[in-house]
Design a protein around this ligand. Sequence first.
Ligand code: SF4
Ligand code: ZN
Length: 733
Amino acid sequence: MSKIIISAAIRGAIVIVDRVEKKVNEAIEKFGADKAVAFPNTGYYLPTIYAILGTPVKTLGDMKPVLEECRKLLPNVPQEGLWLPYLGAGLDAGMAALWAFDIEEAIKYVEDTPYLLAEDCTEEQLWLGAADDIIMRKRGVEFVDGSAPGFAAIVGAAPDNATAVKLAKELQEKNLYVFIASNENGISFAEQLREEGVQLGWNTRLVPFGKDTSAAIHALGFANRAALAFGGVEPGDYDRILKYNKNRIFAFVLALGEVSDEQYAAAAGVINWGFPTIATSDIPQILPTGVCTYEHVVSNVPYDKLVEKAIEVRGLKIQITDVPVPVAYGPAFEGERIKKESMHVELAGPKAPGFELVRMKESDEVHDGLFEVIGPDLADIEAGTRLPLAIEVEVSGRKMQSDFEPILERQIHHLLNGAEGVLHIGQRDIIWMRISKKAKGADFSLKHFGAIIHAKFHSEYGAILDKVQVRIYTEQEKVEQLLGEAREVYAARDSRLKDLTDDAVDLFYSCTLCQSFAPTHVCVISPERPGLCGAYNWLDGKAAFEITPTGPNQPIEKGNTIEEVKGQWDGINSFIYSASGNQIEKFNAYSMMEDPMTSCGCFEAIAVLLPMANGIMVVDRDFAGMTPCGMQFSTLAGSVGGGLQTPGFVGISKLYVASKKFISADGGLARLTWLPKHLKEFLKDHIIARAEEEGLDDFINKIATEEDCETEEEVMEFMAKVSHPALTMDPMF
Ligand code: SF4
Ligand code: ZN
């Protein structure tokens, strides 16, 4: 690291630490040292400090010792024990600056929240501040499963709005998240985008944290919390935190315009995490590799080369299929909304018939690349029209099976949504679509639905299919006629799924996708138990194995039965043992009390034993409140995740609650005493149907929610009042 850089970073860090210290003292004077501090609805305190130092800052007073740590790092003396290679002093100063930023941002929340507590920006409020844990988990999963390859943290501003829009779109098309903070001479990148009418927020992956440079800490906070939540890394284990981020979170900084000393200090700081900085201005470069995977600071990069350079420097692997459509395309556009005023056409939905269907055909019946529109297309109708819609996709291939039809069909939702200006909701015969005037103005046509489905099916499912043809119908009569036939297909599929039970098959499927984050975790997916993230069922596993025979989904022979009721087989045990790196010896599919399945970090919900109630509660990640076990979801997730078996706790998919095999060895559904209200509503029909099968009378009304009770004692009172079946069952342990 050159002398200039060291001095710029240290200069910046000293200014920051001095300023923050002053702010802390003022805040203590005003509110007292015991005043609580937190980022709302998060369980990781001030996460950058917590991750590296292990210190939970809970009050203003707790900030003082951290500032002392900052001071220790400011002189040019590397502290003993810290993971510090040769870049030494600059990295230390940068680390101090980042801790100070964490504190500075937390102080903003002390009086009242300066940021919008929401997923998406509104017209009045642009800045979102720290993501809450619900957002962090939901989005963090995308980093786990690879649907987001990484994130770009942007500081400063582009030379003009058009350049800003172009850069943002380029990053979105690479599926990257864009975390925005800071400004250059009072202008910020996020404001430039908003002036041009770009939708901002988590749903379009363009996330404005705050206008101060300190707000950039929320990007790092997100990365650190992901490491703690999904990687099972202990707070304070700085060595693993830093390496984990370097190896698994593909992030980089884009510094636009002039780089201030403060921004330089932050850039030096994030090198500790392996995140390089790519700058447009002529700042000193730090080229030798060592801490980051490749170079650390690369400067003087022209705007049109910025993204390309960043991807190269960070060593990102990005797969893109060229989708031949006249609008931008990528998952970042999936979260886009289309309001009535900006829509050219509405297709299907509540007021017009519609459906989508994928069918397998003989090879000679499918003409690959044929896209037909039967009925009026976008150019034939006036803005504001409503049309019926049938999307009929026919595929053939030697390895294609009819079991894969619903899997392919389910992709249509996100594939079409990925086009800018196209909105798709629902599946089967409850689809609802909108297309924007802007897309129509760019010559988008309904034929492009075919182009998208054709291109993506070939690129992602080429191993099972050879040919794809797509017909789009928008004539009322024809759609109605085809709808009847489609419903017969759906009904046949559903009845086939009913017959597909754990006992009826010899093979289960593994999923080890999450091992990139939780190295000992193995999901065992059976017909009656989906993966705990809720995204993969047994048929998905089967299809995925056909598509990628050496991938994360492998067939597992059940083998000999060891425990019939608990669901233990020797074939499954030996698979898990080797797939977990010899960490997990045995596993009971149907018990959460004895050798339950491991949990990674991305489960939709957690089932938790309530020992006094002789039952269980289930809480999902959308519920931020306190639960009767005395812990919030985020705290529970922190102690259950990371690839461990934790008797009494198990990460599950939401729908698994309605499975016949749901903790069947521990008493099954009858053990359920508490659910968050919205989850109870979501599962209502399933629970009613299952309770009937089990002969449980009026069971749905015997499940308490947060409206009935907060503590386990209150759950027990509630149970007594409604005569809950668990009261008379055998002790759970
Ligand atoms: Fe991760 Fe399990 Fe989901 Fe696979 S099925 S992605 S291992 S949670
Ligand atoms: Zn996972």
